[in-house]
Design a protein around this ligand. Sequence first.
Ligand SMILES: Nc1nc2c(ncn2[C@@H]2O[C@H](COP(=O)(O)OP(=O)(O)OP(=O)(O)O)[C@@H](O)[C@H]2O)c(=O)[nH]1
Ligand SMILES: [Mg+2]
Length: 354
Amino acid sequence: MFKFLKKKFKNFEEAIEEEVKKAVETGNGGAEAAADEIATAPESKSKKISEKAKKKVEEELRKSLELEKEIGEKKKASLTISEKKLEELMWDLEMGLLEADVALPVVEDIKNSVKSQLPYISRKNAGKAVEETLRKAIEKILSTSEKNFDEFLKESKKPVVLMFVGVNGTGKTTSIAKLAYRLKKQGFSCILGACDTFRPGAIEQLELHANKIGVKLIKHDAGTDPAAVAYDAIEHAKAKYKDVVLLDTAGRMQTNVNLMDEMKKIKKVANPDMIIFVGDALTGNDAVEQARKFDEVVGIDGIILNKVDADAKGGAALSIAYTIGKPLLFIGTGQGYDDQIVFTPDWMIKRLFD
Ligand SMILES: Nc1nc2c(ncn2[C@@H]2O[C@H](COP(=O)(O)OP(=O)(O)OP(=O)(O)O)[C@@H](O)[C@H]2O)c(=O)[nH]1
Ligand SMILES: [Mg+2]
């Protein structure tokens, strides 16, 4: 998982470390050494302060502040890698991220964060320091995903209606089955609505899952109006005091106007509490573009990204929430009911750096 992206980050860390080492060996690290020397000074200063503390506290404090400023300036001047080399390494990083299917705005953000922090990196443990800088940049990017789905569900008025949308084959039906399985285990009662009346076999596919998991399915005949199925599923849930309605919909290309219109109709009738876009991690930037289009047409509230188990690159998982501005709620890591993980920034950061 995400091997490719992980490697790109590692390469960058190692390249910076290598360059810093070279610069120190050839004697270009003087300013950095001076800064390191000064960096140890506040401790001795503070000892002095404690000795003469009573009278001179204010005076020392002022000196300390000046010293801190001085360290900052020296550190800034301490980068031992030439501007040209740095540009070269940044370029390699940028290309690596693009190859890993990281979306352009995310690449820009990472680049800017790293660029602004690099001048402060100490020559000691430069690789580790660069990793820390990258981690911080990634944390910031992933912070869009800090929505807590479980809290949302607990707090929402029942029945909570969830509508799943996305292009063909991204794993909508499987995601619904996984989520219903999870919710049932948590003690929520679920109703599945078979609103994919378009693709032959789609109703049977969902029915099979419903039977296996042990949840109720509401269905009409193939070819009928999916909005009517949604309506019935919700009415049923209200009458039987069920907690959650999960509406499957037919996969559609974001360019298919008729099917996109049909989705608007389902939305109008169902008035869902959450529209969840389901994407396929393996499609990289395309998944991000699809999410953007679905958001424009119908408005999405959250994202599930599937097939992450087979995704060596990692760009879609890193980029999708930040680019669309909607949280990545779950990721699919296989075909089994248990293969759905709550997405957290920490989860991804661990996989990229540990
Ligand atoms: N490896 C892996 N396969 C997955 C994952 N999620 C779904 N799949 C597989 O992807 C295929 C398509 O899944 P579906 O759930 O039918 O996709 P869909 O979006 O409902 O497809 P349509 O109804 O045709 O639009 C199935 O073979 C799933 O088992 C995942 O997280 N990892
Ligand atoms: Mg389906």
